[in-house]
Design a protein around this ligand. Sequence first.
Ligand SMILES: [Zn+2]
Length: 228
Amino acid sequence: MPDPTPMPDHRPRPERQLSARVPYDGDGDGPAAGWHRIPPQTGHLVRLEAGQVLEIVDPLGEQVSDLYAVAADDVEECLSAGRTVDYNNTIYISTGHRLWSNRSRVMATVVEDTVGVHDLTLTPCSQETFDILYPEFEGAPHPSCFANLCAALEPAGVAPDRIGTTLNVFMDVWTDRLGELHIDPPPTVPGDRFAIRAELPLHVGVTACSAEKSNNGHCTPIDVRVRR
Ligand SMILES: [Zn+2]
């Protein structure tokens, strides 16, 4: 039987064992009971004890969520996209892969993923991202994942310069044979989810990404829940 969703040649992806989609009761009016809604173009701080699971749902589809984590006992220990790529030997992480810190400790494990498309190569969108890459905005103030992560993680004692490359959940960035990066709309449908289990006590900043172009032209909310 042929693969029902073959990837085009120009966008190769490894095969992933995806989690089954389950119904999600949230919609445009609000999150499902027990979930927290991150409004469009904002961020949120989540505290996780070891063993707790952070679930991230895209309630309306085609929405990216940037995630950045620091160790709760020392915020100088933080998510390292580079080490995460190194130790997983892939830039496309999914269920079973681990998120590693700059000190090469396992911070979290991916435990659920209905999509299999997430990015570890791009930094969180920032005011400067819009200024440099989108001159059509003419330098106008724009909400950004970086500013939202700074605000979310500031109460945890995280300085802006400590915030590096994020795990960009649901973001479809792919690299062609010449090394050029391409960004496609998130392939998510309403209710798609991604979850990590904390292996250390963590502070996690999560956003509903602010960059219209990364979200197929419309910025929508992200819903999160901590499963104990
Ligand atoms: Zn963003």
